[in-house]
Write a protein that binds this ligand. Structure first.
Ligand code: ACM
Ligand code: ZN
Length: 539
């Protein structure tokens, strides 16, 4: 017995030196953490003789995998199409598996077998495999002619079917190249939705062919607030700022996202946050007076009027938008729409009378429900911020709960789908550190640990209503993020915590998670992604 213990100890000692030599220690490094990861003896070696075998349905994922391996200095990793019994990577389709988007990876000395029910599962398996491959593959600098991967079995599937990240391109605009980089990062972390906030008071960012002034006027502001909103006196940079995505660029981005199993949800805000559109077409507002594209942040009183002309405009916009985005959702905003103009507007008041509405909140419900009907008639569903609960909820709407969780609870109890984005935990424009040197942010304090500990299903919901919480999302409002580097700084590493909130069923504790985050920094460096090193705990 004693002898056996010594022999085993020596065996494990030798083994661990061996593993360390290839930086394959037996602690999981994967983010988001998978359901199950069991290490086995030995290694599989991918080299120039490795074959690949896959069903046609997985072509999308295989293209991604091939491009990842066979690039830069690693051109030798071609992975020949063939069906061999050793030195293989094989993908198997098993339609009987219960988990959509789930996968199993078996890495043995003779080959890697990946089993999934659909291409999504295969894609996520590849994202996991990617994290078992040296980070230097990310910047094409891996120097060796083969890759050793520790033998292991991983089983994994997502906790939530909606796993989102948002980006506001209204306050600041980001290049097509950056949008693709952002989508890449989402895909790497197994998010499946990019919520693209395309219209704002400070700028309209999508080409609409029928209304060219949206692109010549609404897409540009004359000046931008410099410093914080609360600064007195306020200063402006007096520089024209703006631009928009052409429909060709949108199509390119949508396809890029599809190849990475990401659905894009476009947000076309109504009735509020519409000052830029009104600057281009003043007749869409109640007062019909000229206004400027906003140069300051905040909530503005100039919102769309509830007259027929506005509905015609919005329906025309939706017609072009639905043709560009194949996903099932259109986000119609609905938040922060002051009713002051509607209260004094003859057109709006006559709609209230005609429809037998109680007040302006019911008018907002009429507005949203009418647009929902139109969007539903195009085969799409709407999502709105939780203000769409005020004055009654449009019949088929999904609610994004952002002013805390009460809107989400209310909507789930009404049997409506809910996406949780409570600002206290899911707003990545908040400060992540109390360090005095942090760059300017909107306010708030949402450290990494707070997001890591976030539980999207409110305690108040019973098991039946909990089913309506379809997932959660991180929101990135860019008032104070004028560059892509700053967006990355605010998003990383907090997106890692969020990826575990929405994907992982097997979270452990913040210390263990922090270690994996620190290990990931090397990969972020290679991906040229900026990040904060503040792994702050809740204090
Ligand atoms: C929001 O943050 N206004 C949805
Ligand atoms: Zn009006």
């Amino acid at each position: 017995m004693y002898k056996k213990v010594i022999v085993l100890s020596v065996f494990y000692l030798i083994n661990s030196f061996f593993y360390l030599g290839y930086s394959n220690d037996l602690n999981s490094k994967i983010i988001p953490v998978p359901d199950k990861q069991i290490f086995l003896d030995g290694f599989f070696i991918i080299n120039s003789n490795t074959s690949i075998n896959y069903p046609d349905q997985f072509k999308n994922s295989i293209n991604f995998f091939r491009a990842f391996l066979n690039q830069g200095k690693n051109k030798f990793l071609v992975l020949k199409d063939s069906n061999t019994t050793s030195n293989f990577v094989q993908f198997l389709l098993d339609e009987k598996l219960s988990n959509d988007e789930g996968y199993k990876i078996e890495i043995r000395q003779n080959g890697i077998t990946i089993t999934s029910k659909d291409n999504k599962g295969a894609f996520y398996a590849i994202q996991t495999l990617r994290q078992l491959i040296p980070a230097s593959f990310e910047d094409k600098t891996y120097p060796n002619k083969e890759i050793r991967i520790k033998c292991q079995i991983i089983e994994d599937s997502p906790r939530f079917k909606y796993r989102g990240m948002h980006l506001d391109v209204g306050r600041h605009l980001f290049s097509v190249e950056f949008i693709k980089k952002y989508i890449d990062a989402l895909a790497m972390l197994k998010f499946n939705t990019f919520h693209w906030h395309l219209t704002e008071d400070q700028g309209w960012r999508i080409e609409i062919k029928k209304y060219p002034k949206l692109n010549t006027i609404a897409a540009y502001r004359d000046s931008t607030l410099a410093g914080h909103y609360t600064d007195r006196p306020r200063k402006y940079d007096k520089t024209k700022y703006g631009g928009y995505y052409t429909q060709e660029q949108v199509k390119d981005i949508v396809n890029y996202a599809l190849e990475r199993e990401i659905t894009i949800i476009p947000e076309i805000e109504m009735p509020g946050h519409s000052k830029a559109a009104i600057a281009a077409y003043p007749n869409l507002s109640c007062e019909e007076k000229p206004v400027n594209v906003a140069t300051l942040w905040g909530v503005f009183e100039d919102i769309y009027c509830s007259k027929e002309e506005t509905f015609k405009f919005l329906e025309d916009v939706i017609d072009e938008v639905v043709d560009l985005f194949p996903g099932k959702y259109i986000h119609i905003g609905g938040d922060e729409a002051p009713k002051t103009r509607w209260e004094k507007c003859n057109n709006c008041q006559s709609v209230i009378k005609r429809e037998g509405l109680k007040d302006e909140h019911e008018l907002q419900n009429y507005f949203i429900s009418r647009m929902e009907k139109y969007i539903n008639s195009k085969g799409k569903k709407i999502i709105g911020w939780d203000e769409i609960l005020e004055g009654g909820l449009a019949p088929n709407a999904t609610v994004m709960s952002w002013r805390g969780i009460s809107g989400g609870i209310k909507a789930a109890n009404m049997k409506h789908d809910v996406i949780m984005t409570p600002n206290a935990t899911c707003y990545l424009d908040h400060y992540q550190s109390k360090d005095k040197n942090e760059p300017l942010a909107i306010g708030g304090y949402t450290p990494l640990e707070e997001i890591y500990n976030y539980e999207p299903i409110p305690e108040e919901l019973d098991s039946e209503s909990s089913k309506y919480i379809i997932g959660a999302q991180g929101n990135v409002w860019t008032e104070y993020m004028s560059t892509s580097e700053y967006v990355e700084y605010m998003v990383f590493p907090r997106i890692f915590a969020l990826s575990e909130v929405v994907w992982s069923k097997n979270k452990s504790n913040f210390e263990e998670f922090s270690n994996r985050v620190t290990s990931f920094f090397d990969r972020l460096d290679k991906l040229n992604i900026n990040y904060s090193t503040h792994l702050e705990k809740i204090d």
